[in-house]
Design a protein around this ligand. Structure first.
Ligand code: LMR
Length: 392
């Protein structure tokens, strides 16, 4: 009877992960799945996370449930980290979420309850799961063009042309920083324009904020989302602790919904009902770890220092790869890599070229040519640059 099930659609990112694992060659380079790696190719447990976990072993007295929306202390700590001065507890509903992904789904489920006819506007390109999650929430989506592959920058004119079609009550998914997959971010003027546009059209900005601290710094990366929260009445922000706290498998994130004060209790209750119908009580271990770190001066400093080192390493690898490609190609056509931010950039390329990079050179990137900078090392850069110059 289960044969009636449609064949599961493979996620393009996870497909690359499997292919890499199955490749017996030793000189292979994994630039696929978006996890941070150190120069030894390891995804470390951050030092502050270790400290917080050690402390929890001693002081935590119960693993009983928190609340249907998780521990309010975590929500408050994350609201401070993400929204800074713009966080207004009287207007913020929210919930701990099962990673950023669970938060995006929760926010979209909420929007479906508000307006099942809303269209969700999604940047093209984007993280492929945005479309899958939107569909799973029962909402329709449309793409807005976002990236100009010629210049490596945001395709502003095309983006605004496409968004003209958005109707009142629609949702616009934006990447808070370190756009996945392009590494091309909105600037301060763009965010101001987004705020004004959402206000004029009655649109809900929905910010997926998975890489705070990976671009230019914790506050610099949050400038856009903070501006939106200051200027737009209703905003959804989903922040993930997977990358900046390295808590990937602990599934730690938060879905924050900013709304007018007299809507807050209803939104809060609805988020809790949605949790009850899916996960009941959100997981707490990662959330507790984050709350400990953010609330302790010494651990917080330790965390920020390590995060800074990770960011500096990724930005350094960007510059090294751009330099190596300039030498290998004899042109500056990949110069944009040095200017973009975060884990990812896209090189372009047809499916056949991406397959050739993988099969002939052992270089694994996601379809469309997305590469994870953190998967590079100073040692692997010459091999990767040669491969890219030969194939693309
Ligand atoms: C990625 O984009 O590679 C990461 O966010 C991991 C994932 O879940 O897809």
């Amino acid at each position: 009877m289960f044969k009636v099930l449609p064949a599961p659609a493979a996620d393009p990112i996870l497909k690359v992960m499997t292919l890499f694992r199955e490749d017996p060659r030793s000189a292979k380079v994994d630039l696929g799945l978006g996890v941070y790696k150190d120069p030894d190719g390891k995804t470390p447990v951050m030092r502050a996370v270790k400290s917080a976990e050690q402390r929890l072993v001693t002081v935590q007295e119960s693993k009983s449930y928190t609340t249907l929306s998780g521990d309010p202390a975590f929500r408050q700590a994350m609201a401070g980290l993400v929204l800074g001065e713009a966080a207004d507890p009287a207007r913020l509903a929210g919930s701990t979420s099962t990673g950023g992904t669970g938060g995006v789904k929760l926010g979209l489920d909420l929007m479906h309850m508000v307006n099942p006819d809303a269209t969700v506007w999604i940047s093209a390109p984007t993280w492929p799961n945005h479309m899958a999650l939107t569909k799973a929430a029962g909402l329709n989506w449309k793409p807005y063009r976002y990236y100009d592959a010629e210049t490596g920058a945001v395709a502003r004119a095309a983006m605004w042309a496409d968004l003209q079609e958005a109707r009142q009550g629609d949702v616009v998914i934006l990447h808070g920083c370190c756009h996945n997959p392009t590494g091309a971010d909105l600037n301060a003027d763009d965010w101001a324009e987004v705020a004004a546009f959402c206000n004029a059209r009655g649109l809900i900005p929905f910010v997926d904020f998975a890489y705070q601290g990976f671009g230019d710094g914790l506050d610099a990366d949050a400038a856009g989302v903070r501006l939106l929260a200051t200027r737009v009445e209703r905003v959804i922000v989903v922040a993930s602790a997977s990358k900046n706290f390295g808590l990937y498998r602990e599934r730690t994130g938060v879905c924050l919904v900013q709304c007018p004060e007299d809507e807050r209790a209803l939104v809060q209750g609805t988020l809790e009902t949605l949790n009850r119908q899916t996960i009941s009580f959100p997981p707490d271990h990662g959330a507790r770890v984050v709350t400990e770190i953010l609330g302790d001066t010494q651990m917080r400093t330790e965390w920020e220092d390590e995060l800074t080192a990770m960011r500096d390493r990724m930005n350094g690898l960007r510059r090294s790869l751009a330099r190596a490609l300039r030498d290998a190609c004899g042109s500056d056509r990949f110069g944009f890599l040095a200017d973009q931010r975060g884990m990812f950039s896209v090189l372009g390329g047809t499916d056949a070229q991406i397959t050739r990079l993988r099969e002939d050179f052992g270089v694994y990137v996601v379809g469309g040519g997305r590469l994870n900078m953190a998967g590079l090392t100073e040692e692997s850069i010459p091999q990767v640059a040669r491969a890219i110059a030969a194939v693309l």
